[in-house]
Design a protein around this ligand. Structure first.
Ligand code: SF4
Length: 307
């Protein structure tokens, strides 16, 4: 029995086969990078504009200056040896993927959707970069979900992250997308400096209350060449150890609405780029630890929610 509702379960149920995400660089920038809000970016943001925080599938393909069709074809070619009979999701991951005029966005998204085998789009963006015009566009194309960075419900933590939007912005955009029938995935970071178990549980409770389609949970990674790595090297702060991270995630799963799809429970940043914590490199070990903890404590997703 599965103790949580994972993405692969959801995709198999809905599409009858595995869907693989192809990470697309649509040539975007970000208002938190280009000087509109800040030129420094979120402290964890890598030079590649890691809207996804820890990096995701990239298949080692260098995507700069490649058109979308080329990016998709080269990743599909790499993956074809590993999987047959799979569909694909074009995942607009780098930077803020709604930060261009609507007509340009439409052309970019449609060029991905026109590629063979693409079932739909996943679009990562900022909540302050979505308005009614984006919603209207999303309603006309196959957007499987939109990803927003919640990271924490505690605005002082988000100020520390130099994120330049508030919890209220996240809530407003999530509700706006939900009302339009567009699924939302929220990202949550565990282990921000000074964050307590109770703080993290409060963020999980918020997610249950707002009930997005999905959630991605990440350990705070210190990635090279980020403002975060500079701060960490100047004034090191404590990071969660593996056992504590596993406990936080599992106890959080117990408080998470059982209909929310868990897209990720641990990040797997690129070894060459992550400074700490190095225990996250062994993703299988972390996931096994989560399964073991859930079984030992008899936790299933949502079991702590009182009716
Ligand atoms: S919003 Fe995303 S792309 Fe922009 S600075 Fe933050 S992590 Fe980077």
């Amino acid at each position: 029995m599965s103790r949580y509702y994972g993405l692969s379960d959801y995709l198999k149920l809905r599409y009858g086969r595995k869907l693989v995400k192809l990470s697309i660089d649509g040539g975007f920038t970000c208002p938190n990078r280009d000087g509109t809000l800040s030129s420094k970016g979120c402290v964890f943001c890598s030079l590649e504009g890691s809207g996804d925080f820890a990096g995701e599938i990239s298949c080692g393909v260098k995507k700069e200056n490649q058109d979308i069709q080329t990016q998709i074809d080269s990743q599909k070619a790499l993956l074809s040896a590993k999987w047959t009979n799979v569909g694909f999701i074009a995942y607009f991951q780098s930077y803020t993927n709604t930060y261009k005029p609507i007509q340009e966005l439409e052309a970019i998204y449609k060029s991905a959707l026109a590629c063979e085998g693409i079932e739909g789009l996943a679009i990562a963006t900022r909540p302050d970069c979505i308005d009614a015009s984006h919603i209207e566009l999303f309603k006309t194309i196959d957007v499987l979900w939109v990803e927003l960075g919640l990271q924490s419900i505690h605005d002082e933590k988000n100020e520390w992250l130099n994120r330049h939007y508030t919890l209220e912005d996240v809530e407003k955009s999530t509700i706006m997308l939900q009302k339009a029938g567009i699924p939302v995935v929220l990202h949550l970071i565990a282990g921000l400096p000074g964050e307590t178990f109770e703080d993290f549980m409060a963020s999980m409770d918020f997610i249950t209350r707002i009930k997005p389609f999905g959630v991605k949970i990440h350990m705070l990674h210190i990635v090279k060449n980020t403002a975060l790595s500079q701060r960490y090297q100047e004034t090191p702060f404590e990071l969660l150890d593996e056992a504590t991270y596993i406990r936080w995630v599992c106890e959080g799963i117990g408080r998470l609405d059982p209909e929310i799809v868990i897209h990720r429970m641990t990040g797997d940043g690129k070894r060459a780029e992550v400074i700490a914590p190095t225990w996250t490199f062994n993703k299988r070990h972390v996931l096994n630890g989560i399964q073991k903890y859930l079984a030992e404590k008899d936790i299933v997703q949502g079991c702590y929610i009182k009716n």
